[in-house]
Each structure stands twice: as structure tokens, then as C-alpha cells.
Ligand binder design. Sequence first.
Ligand code: THU
Length: 128
Amino acid sequence: MTGTPDLLELAKVSAEQAYAPYSRFQVGCAVFTERGGLFTGCNVENASYGLTICAERNAIFHAVSEEGPAMKIATLAVVALGQEFPPCGACRQVIAEFATPETTVWFLRDGKPVAMTMAELLPASFRI
Ligand code: THU
């Protein structure tokens, strides 16, 4: 299971699980790790809006919880039901923590899969 259409499809299935009563944006993410693991996550909102967590961060934290601190993202896909967007800025920083500049991020644009590298999505990322 390494095909990108499959990863986008998995992200879409995860988006169906979203808890998004406030924004109504249902977002799903699928992470394929360098070790061959597959992890998904959806956004989970809160009445205290700032406590909301995005789909990408849920999927990545899920992957770290299962594979441990050495987890590396090979490819990631994000899908929102009825919407199209690349990962938000906060999630780009979290993806970068577990990615290389060559890691590919897939999302939909005009109904078609688009891939961007982390170098393109977050140039000059903060690192310590
Ligand atoms: N959201 C994500 O899950 N990922 C993103 O990259 C952008 C935004 C969620 C957060 C919130 O639940 C809803 O979409 C609207 O911002």
C-alpha cells in the first residue's frame, strides 16, 4: 500500500470520522512512514476553539505513538470533504519535525491530486 491515490482515499475515509460541529470542515490525513507504517487522523474540535487539533497533527502523533520517536514520514496526504487545501502553517511545522525536505505532501486541487515537497511547503523551516 504505497500508491498515492490509496493514501488520499484513506485520508478521505478518516475525514468521515471528524468531530467538527463548529467549522463543519471535515479533514482527514494519512501518513505513510519510512518503516512502511500507515496511520490516519481526523480533526477534533472543541467548544474552546483554540483546543482544536488538525487532522495532520492527529495522524502524525498517532504514528509517533505507535512507531516511537524515530518515526519518519515518507509521504502524507490530506483531504477535506467538500473543500481543498494544503496543510495549515502549524501542521507544516509539525510535519517538518518528522520529515526531510524531499518528503512529499499530497492534497487535492481542482479535484486532482497535487504533490509538493516539504522544501516547497515550508522553506527555511525552524529547527534546533
Ligand atoms: N484543519 C485541519 O484539520 N487541517 C488543516 O490543515 C487546516 C484546518 C481543521 C481545523 C478545524 O477543525 C477546521 O479544519 C477549520 O479550520
